[in-house]
Each structure stands twice: as C-alpha cells, then as structure tokens.
Design a protein around this ligand. Sequence first.
Ligand SMILES: C[S@@+](CC[C@H](N)C(=O)[O-])C[C@H]1O[C@@H](n2cnc3c(N)ncnc32)[C@H](O)[C@@H]1O
Length: 269
Amino acid sequence: MLDEMNNNTLSEDDKHRLYESAVQCNEGDISFINFQYEAIYNKKPLSLREDFGGTGMLACEWVKQGPNHTSYGIDIDQGPIIYGQKHHYVKLSEEQKARMNYIEGDVMADYSFKSDVIVAFNFSYFIFKKRNELLEYFKKVRAGLNSDGAFFVDIFGGIEARQELVEETVHDEFSYFWDCDKYNPITNECLYKIHFKTADNKKHRDVFVYDWRMWGITEIREIMEDAGFSKTVTFWEGEGEDGTGDGNFYRTDEAENCESWVTYIVGLP
Ligand SMILES: C[S@@+](CC[C@H](N)C(=O)[O-])C[C@H]1O[C@@H](n2cnc3c(N)ncnc32)[C@H](O)[C@@H]1O
C-alpha cells in the first residue's frame, strides 16, 4: 500500500487540518489536565503554556473555559501558527483573543511569564535525543511554572511501538497512517512518519516525519527529578471490555505489560 503512495502534495492547510483531526483531542486533554490539577491543588488551573504548540488548537480552546483563563502556544515554526491563527484564533471572541498568545519561538528560550500548567503533547519532547538536552528543557519548564504548577507530558511505548510497521486508522474522509520506519535498539533513536490517503483516493506520503529518541517512563521521571521537580506522577490507561484502552487514565506505579501503550506523566515543581 505504502509503495503506491505519492510524495506529499497536500496544501499547508490540508496537512494541519488532517493532522489535527487524526491526532489531537482537546476535550480529552483539557478535562484530564483540569481533573488531575484539581486533585493535586484543590483549585482550577487558569494559565496554560502549550509547548511545541503547533497550531495552538489546545491553547485556543483553553481560554474558552472562562474569563480568567490565559494561554500561550509556543512553536518554532511559523507554518502551523499561521494555520492556527486562520482557523482557531479567528473563532475566539475579542475578549478571548486578548487572553491567548501565539509565540513563534523555541521552547528552550527563557520566557518572562509563568504558568499553572505547561504541556508538551504528542511526544514532541522526543526531539531531544541527549539526556542533557532533555534535562535542560525540563529545567526551563520548571522555571516557567508557578509554585503550584504542573507539567504534563504524554509518552508512548511497548514492543509494537518499536516494530517497523505501518498502522492505518480509517476516518470518515481520510485514512491516517502511523509508520514506524526505523528503530535502533542501541540508541533508541526512531524515525516515525505520518501519511494520509484523502477522499479523492490520493495518497500523500511523509506529510510529517519525526526523527526522535524513544524515552521510557522511568527515564523521564528521573530526568524531571534531576531538573528539580519535587514529585512525578505516572498514569496508566484503563481497559475496555474488548481489551483495548478505554481513554480513562488513573494514577499508578505498576502496570501490566502490553504491546503498545500511550500514557501521561505529570511533574510537580
Ligand atoms: C508533533 S508537533 C505537536 C503539535 C501539537 N502540539 C500536538 O500535540 O499535536 C511538534 C511541533 O513542535 C514544533 N517544534 C519542534 N522543535 C521546537 C522547539 N525547539 N521549540 C518550539 N517548537 C518546536 C514543531 O514545529 C511542531 O509544530
């Protein structure tokens, strides 16, 4: 199937639209953040910094929660930011717009504001391949959190995640392909690719390519601790009747081995 695919000929708009619809779920992310933050601090988080924010879809959604909610979406690339401004920011009221800020910048830069919550979702911090680089990033995050703040990352793994295979998910108007193209068991470096097949039956290869290091949960906790986080909390996904994940994540330090998993880690300053 993949051999028949063309090179990516999607417009910039289409590639972000398809990505968001295949990969992102703001509602689930926001309710998880709110629930877990409230469980820790007994109050609602108000300010959010979305690192590697891409189109800033989550940051735009965040400010809709109430008049005291503020957000920043930080991305180094102008392309997704322009898409987000055209498709998400534009739909906010004037008053909401004043509370949401796009920053075209590096997550490694020093920022003068602090946030209740910082997120790095869709495994974006896997771009840091060296422990020292990740440590530096986590230190910057910690410095950017309020004293009653929380840093949320997601993480994936399992035997299947390391196998060179292509997984297809069929959506109403397109198919999404998650392709583990390479995995190096010595360095844990991996190359993942996203392809799409659109409704006109055109196939678009390598729409997004990620050259990452696959980190493990324990490594992330230890690096967070080395960066000064006082506590880390790990979660695992509950199981539905069919044996697949049910979308509900609970706190735990122990889990059953499974072929492929996605979960969250929270670091507290
Ligand atoms: C996998 S996308 C994540 C998009 C979105 N946040 C999500 O959850 O799906 C990774 C994004 O990180 C951005 N990025 C990569 N390196 C960065 C850096 N050093 N600072 C800020 N953004 C960066 C890329 O431009 C890209 O938009």
